[in-house]
Structure formats: C-alpha cells, structure tokens
Design a protein. Structure first.
Length: 342
C-alpha cells in the first residue's frame, strides 16, 4: 500500500477484521470500481469510517498528545476500506458450497480512493482492489453491516520449485510482450468505433491503451546488454508509461522537503516492485493482464479463486493469441488497401 495511506497493515500476516460489502460484481486485485451507496447499513459503514478517520486525524494533530522532544510526524489516519465479496444472489451455486455466514468464502480487500457526496444523501464510493482474503467468520451483530475475520489468500509460492519460478518469469515476459503488441497493432488500426477498450467490454476496435495496472506491475526488463533503463524498455514496447517514467526521472518530483530537496527521481515503478516484492508483483501483474480480456463471471471467479500464478498467466497468454492474430491480419489488410501507415 502507498506510504501514508493508513492501511500498512495490509502487508501483515495476522488476522484482520474487515467490514463486508456484498456486490453483484467480481473484483480482482488491482482493478478499480465505483458503487453508489444508498442502503442505510452500508451508508453507516462508510460514515463510521469517515468519522473514525476524522477523529484519528484530529488526535494526531493535537500537540498535547506527545512531548515536544518526542514529537514525530503523525501517522496516517486509517484508510477507508471494505471487503468486496460477490453477492450470494449473483454467485453460482457451486461457489456457495463453502460459504461462510452465507457469503462466498473468497473476496478482495478494497481500498477506498474517493468518496463523492451526492445531493440525495447517497455516496458514490470509488475503490481499488488490493489483496485477496478468505473469510473465517462473519459477525452480523456488532454493527448494522457484516464484519468478518479474514486471512489473506495469496498465490501459493512456498512450494514453488526453481523451474516453476523460471516458468512464471518467462510467462509474464511473454504476456507483457503480447499485450504491448496488441496495443501497438490496435493503435495502427485507429480509434475504435465504440470507443471501448479491450479490457472494458470492447475488444473489437482499435486504438486501445493498456490499463495502467499492466505497466505498474509489469516484469522488469531482462539484464540490459546496452544498459537500457526501464523507461527505454517500456518505450520500445510501445507502452506510454515509458515516456512518463523518462520525464519523471529527468525532472524529478515537483515538490521538495527540507530533508529531501527536489531532485532527479528514481524509477517509480522500480520502487513499487521493490516494495511489493517479486512474487506479489507477479500475482498482481497476472490479474492486471487478465483484466485486459473480456471475461464472463465464471471465468473471473475461476481466476479469483486460483492460487497458481503460472496457470493464470498461461490462461491470459492462450486467450490473447487469437486476438493478436486477428489484429495482425486486420493491420495487414489495412496496409494492403493503402491505409496501413507506418
């Protein structure tokens, strides 16, 4: 989680208590979403967290809470959050066989990124999936909304053999290369008539850009023979984030502090990879890549429940090949009739 986000405990391995919000969609880690909240119990869920966050911020800002000699920067107020699970009435019957408290047993921790107050008293809550969890118990008595004890549900990496690790490394590089080629060919076809990107229900038009999560969690380039940076690697692959990284590194941060003045910045994605860790990054990249595909609910649930990074990447690779072949054929036809461009 980002520094100062108030949910650093997300990286801990202890049990977590999480308010649960059942929605008719399947969320993946790294994916964003928004929901209009109007039910009184869920309005209470977010109002409670907003109040707790405000109280924590006021307490941290109070100079009387700490002797002057021991004063430090106040900790970030607790993040607004909830456990995103598929609503039981939208879940396939097989998913409910191992249900906990009537809810599907696997969901995704959702970090709230923005809350819009609507004039009719409802809330528009924007969120991002961060990490999967498994429900252990659900309490419906301590609050109007369900609260669950959860443990994290990550890909199984402890028993991964060295060859399996190498296979994952190769798969993610191949998937990233294929997705970058999809973007390159798609842009040569021009804007999609529908304006929809392949990861958001389109897939038939051109000009799509890869979701930013793909670049955020993309595999680092192989050891460079000519000393190419990550920015060079991404730009060569046709990923717009490559130019953004290059600009960031040339000019540094817009802001400086007395302890850290404005300076030339390091690669922000390399920092993210170091913070997340390779295996977690690979898991998140596999979901980011999967979200480029048009998937039905059953496929999305299967990927959510899988704890095999290699299998998820192999699925994306297999699903991407025919679309990539189709794009290549359409670009060739466009070029043959005189509209191919460079």
């Amino acid at each position: 989680s980002p520094a100062g986000s108030g949910d650093d405990w997300l990286d801990s391995e202890s049990l977590v208590s999480l308010p649960i919000f059942a929605l008719p969609t399947c969320l993946h880690p790294g994916q964003t979403g928004a929901v209009r909240v109007f039910e009184p119990r869920y309005l209470t869920l977010f109002r409670d967290q907003q109040r707790q966050r405000q109280e924590a911020a006021l307490a941290a800002a109070d100079p009387n809470n700490q002797p002057a000699a021991e004063r430090r920067a106040p900790p970030a107020p607790p993040a607004l959050r909830f456990g995103h699970v598929l609503a039981p009435d939208a879940a396939p019957p097989a998913l409910l066989e191992g249900s906990v408290g009537g809810l599907p047993s696997v969901g995704v921790y959702a970090r709230v990124t923005k809350v819009d107050e609507v004039q009719d008293g409802t809330l528009l809550v924007h969120y991002e999936g961060a990490r999967r969890f498994k429900l252990l118990a659900v309490d419906r008595d301590q609050a109007p909304y369900p609260v669950a004890a959860v443990q994290w549900y990550d890909d199984d990496t402890a028993s991964r053999a060295p060859q399996a690790r190498a296979d994952v490394d190769a798969l993610e590089r191949d998937v990233f290369k294929s997705l970058a080629e999809v973007q390159r060919l798609s842009q040569r076809l021009g804007p999609s008539p529908s304006g929809a990107a392949s990861g958001s229900g389109g897939g038939g038009g051109g000009g799509e850009l890869l979701p930013p999560e793909v670049a955020r969690f993309a595999p680092p380039p192989p050891p460079p023979a000519g000393g190419r940076s990550t920015a060079d690697y991404l730009r060569a692959a046709g990923v717009p984030a490559g130019e953004a990284i290059a600009v960031w590194q040339r000019h540094g941060s817009v802001y400086g502090t007395p302890a850290a003045p404005k300076n030339s910045a390091a690669d922000p994605y390399e920092h993210l990879r170091e913070k997340v860790g390779k295996e977690r990054r690979q898991e998140l990249f596999s979901f980011a890549a999967a979200n480029c595909l048009e998937l039905g609910l059953v496929e999305r649930l299967a990927l959510l429940l899988s704890q095999d990074t290699a299998a998820r990447l192999a699925y994306v690779a297999a699903a991407t090949r025919p679309y990539l072949s189709d794009l290549a054929a359409r670009v060739a036809v466009k070029g043959a009739v005189g509209g191919g461009g460079s």
